[in-house]
Design a protein around this ligand. Structure first.
Ligand SMILES: [Zn+2]
Ligand SMILES: [Zn+2]
Length: 96
């Protein structure tokens, strides 16, 4: 389980991996799992997007985890129990 906080992204900052259609897709491809429910342990609504988070206490970390819309807009810190996937894209990899 990880304690995380949302990172605000510009809306046009899509995943640039060849083959990823969205950040949720990015998470599914990296983990080879299907994102069904929101990763927040106190939520459990259907996962709608790949949320961008950093681990509490580590300001330079940047991961993708499945979240629902509401949880992607949270400003508090919360626990997620889904795998955290690096937000770095294949090829055009960016330094965050
Ligand atoms: Zn990707
Ligand atoms: Zn949620």
């Amino acid at each position: 389980m990880s304690y995380v906080r949302n990172i605000a992204l510009a809306p046009n900052e899509g995943c640039t991996c060849p083959g990823c259609k969205s950040w949720l897709d990015h998470w599914e491809r990296k983990t080879r799992r299907t994102a069904l429910i929101c990763g927040a342990t106190d939520c459990r609504k259907p996962a709608m997007l790949g949320g961008h988070v950093r681990v509490s206490g580590n300001p330079v970390s940047h991961y993708v985890v499945p979240l629902c819309k509401a949880c992607s807009e949270r400003t508090d810190e919360f626990y997620v129990d889904k795998e955290l996937v690096s937000s770095e894209c294949e090829k055009n990899s960016r330094v965050w």
